[in-house]
Structure formats: C-alpha cells, structure tokens
Design a protein around this ligand. Sequence first.
Ligand SMILES: [Zn+2]
Length: 288
Amino acid sequence: MSFKIYCNCNHCEQASEGIVSYAIGYIGNTEPEVKMECSKGHNFTALNHIPKFAIMFENGLTAFNNGFYIEAFSCFYSAIELFRKDFSLAYFHSYEGKKVIDLQKHFKVIKNSERIYGIYQLALGLYNGDSVDKEFKNIKIKDDKQKNDIIALRNLVVHAGYIPSKTEVEQVGYYIYKYIVTKYQTFNIKEHDSNDPFPWFAIMQYYFDFSAEHCEENGENFKDIALNKESDYTIILSDTYTSLQLNSVTDIKNLPTFNDLLTLNKGHNINKDGIEKIVNETDTLKNT
Ligand SMILES: [Zn+2]
C-alpha cells in the first residue's frame, strides 16, 4: 500500500524566506517514518501520525468515487479490521501502561483477523463493557433482494465470490465510518480530566507516543521535532489528509453523510494527482 502525502519542505522554507515548496512522500510499511523529497531534491523524514485504518478508509472512498465498488468494499472492511488493531494497542498502552514498541512487537505475530477481533473484544469489554461488540454485529446491510448482517456479507464477498451492489458497498462504508468515528472520539486516555472540555483521544495519543518512543530508540529529540526545530524531520497529522477528520471536534450525533465524505475525498489534493503540478508551479514562480 502506498498513499501519497505532501508537506512544506523545511529546508526550502529556511533557505528561501517563506516561499512554499512542497515535498512528496509515500506512506508504506516503514512506520512511523516516511521519506519525503522536494522538487529541489531536499530529503527529510516525516513521522506519520495518520492511522492506517484512516488511510485504508480514504482509499475506499477514492475507489468508490472512481466506480471501483469491489475494491471500495475491501478497503472499507480492511479499515475496520485495522481500527480494531489500533484500538487494542491504544487500550493496552494507555490503560495497561505498556510501551508502544513492545506491544507492536508482540502484535506482529498475530496475523489472523479473527484473533485480532478477539483481542479487540477484550479491550472493548474492559473499556466500556461491550465485549460482544453488539453495535457492529447488529449492523444490517439491505439490498433490493436481501438483507445480511455486515459480517455475513463480508464472508459472502471474501469467501463465496459474491459481488456486492453499489448500495451495499455504500452502506458498508457508511456504517463503518460511523462506527470508527464514534468509537475513536469516545475512547479517551485514562488520565483525561473529565472537566476538560476537549477530549484527549487514546488512539491519537498512541500515535504521538509511538513517534516519541521511535525517536528515543533512534537518538532523535521528539520534542524538538514536535516544535519544528529539526529540519530533517516533520510530523504528519491525520486530519489534513483523510476525510475521517478523526481529531477534529465532531458532533457524533450529527455526522456528515456518505455523500459528504465522497465530496471531502474528491477535494483532497492527494487524489487529483496534482501535487507534482503544484510543485512545478512553485518552481516556475521561483524561477521568474
Ligand atoms: Zn526543499
């Protein structure tokens, strides 16, 4: 999986007194690091705080917008599976005091999605008492001809070659979106002060701590990076690049519609393949 991101080039910014130049990178499997390169050839490292589930969900929206419904279905369903993993890791980190790097090491050997679901149900049960995950299991997807539980529909698609209709894919995407955002925004860190009007999302904290531990292991100063004092590093935050808007204060009783999400997705520069154009335009501006 590679997902294109861009940000201002730190080196150009320092050298050219405020003229913006963009750097591009591709999120792969080298978490949390992403190698960035600007059009002038400067290289630096981005520490990525966008959860993989949000990237996968965004790819689903892009696929849906382009008419690739089976691909969209598989991205949406992968997003929920990846979300369960992050929720579990963040739970054991925030509530059981385990280091992110240790948790990731042990989680790496658990590849079966059913087993990850089991761990998630344990974490969810310990957090809010719903170890059965009724909310998800009770989701029903309706078509003209049939009605399926979301899990039964997924098994039909993955194991029996069933081709989901556009309306089924849309419902799956939207239910998964509502589920993820609601869970994300109501899952707060243990130390959170209930009088604080701003929630402190546990998964957001998990990503910060992941970067901090990673920097510590590699002799980098995370605090300086966070304060933008290190030109060889930058931090990529979630909400700029994906339509889930995880860390924005969202009214979870009045969420955007599926069409709103599709529109947000179309608006991301990342989907227009236009970043190279922006970079080139910046170059032209500089050279004139
Ligand atoms: Zn540069």
